[in-house]
Design a protein around this ligand. Sequence first.
Ligand code: ZN
Length: 462
Amino acid sequence: MAFAALHPEAGRIDATLPDLGCGLAWDAVHRVRPRIALRCPECGHGVHAKVSPRKLRYFAHDPGRPADCVWLNESLEHHLLKLELATVIRSVGWHAQLEVRAPDGSWRADVLASSLDGTRRVAWEAQLSPITDEEIRDRTARYQADSIGVCWVGVADRVSWMGIVPSIRVRDPYGDRPWTVVDGVAGFLYDDGVWSVVDNLNLTTFMRWVLHEQTITHHVLPRYRRVWLGTERRLARRRMIWTTQRSIGEEIRHDAMRQRQETWKRRQEERERQAEQRRKEEAEARRQEEERQLKITQEAERARAEERRRQWIIEVEKNRQQRKAEERRQQEIAHTAEQKRLQQEQHEQQDAYRWWDDLSSAQNEQFRAAVTELLWEKEAIRVEFDSQGPTSGNAYGIAIYLRHRLYGVLRPSPASLHRLPHAVPVFVRNTREARLIIDTGKIDPDRVIHFDLPDNEQLSLI
Ligand SMILES: [Zn+2]
């Protein structure tokens, strides 16, 4: 069904106008014989005037209609809405054309509102069927390209494209209630900092505001795109709304306030950040100073330790030198003592040789025999003389054994008495020898036993 048709003489006629927009009566096209060759403005197919049971005037396609004509499948609801839009536009004193196409076909308006002076046009689109966001944007852009304002009007509870393009959602009349706008128009609540959708706005009032530019479309600032939908108690995302210049001003004022707050907050954060930075730098400086002091302390401690070590090495070296010197000195002393001892021993040996050289073997025998005899008398046992002869251990005298035990020493050398075994008697040949030994002062005279043997060999032979 459609409200517009092409009349073979009058041109475009409009079923919603009493004179069909061209000074013709409805009866001049409705049920007229012969039929007037009316055609569909969209597809060119034949149409005929009809009246619905609710007394609604319209044009219907003749049988054999093309399936793709846009007016074909429109519902009664759609038509009623379009009719309402046209009626309101006319009540405001504007021209309203239904189902009108752009000369170049770039747009096709359900209802095109034109100001009397022809300077302004607003297309009203009753969009009852689903449409993609992309298509609705595209169609909006085509109107804008021809400097035509547009408002998309939806009826369903949820309309996918609300707020994407200039749009409203309406509720159809019920009882005394007229057509009302329930979505798409919003006022800015400064105190809450939010856009709030106005519900229950009379469609006539809204359209009058739009045509008088008291209500305009507005691209919501990004900060405020979550719009409060009071009737549904929820926030909805909207990029574009219908509103007043005053609300736009409030939004700008609020945004400026928020920007000031944010600037203040950013500055505050910057101040805090700088303060934090300063604190960090101070802490870092303190840490570096402490590290520096610690290094100095450690360096000093290391230097002291190094000095102690150096001193210790010097001390050790000094001790070593002293020890070596002492060792050398001791070695020299020992060497000297050894030399002296060897000399002493040599002297003693030489003295001992001389001491025994004075004695002939006969005298020696005589002497041994005298000792043997004396001890035989005294101990009734025969003594034995050390077969080694004179030994240094017995002061270069000859050891006398009695039952394998040292009994005494025979004729020790006077120069070597200090080597004499302790407390054993000493036997010498005569008083002269006894005197030689005793005069050394190194032996108790009581230990010295002497015989009376002659010093001279000749004497002994006598
Ligand atoms: Zn058609």
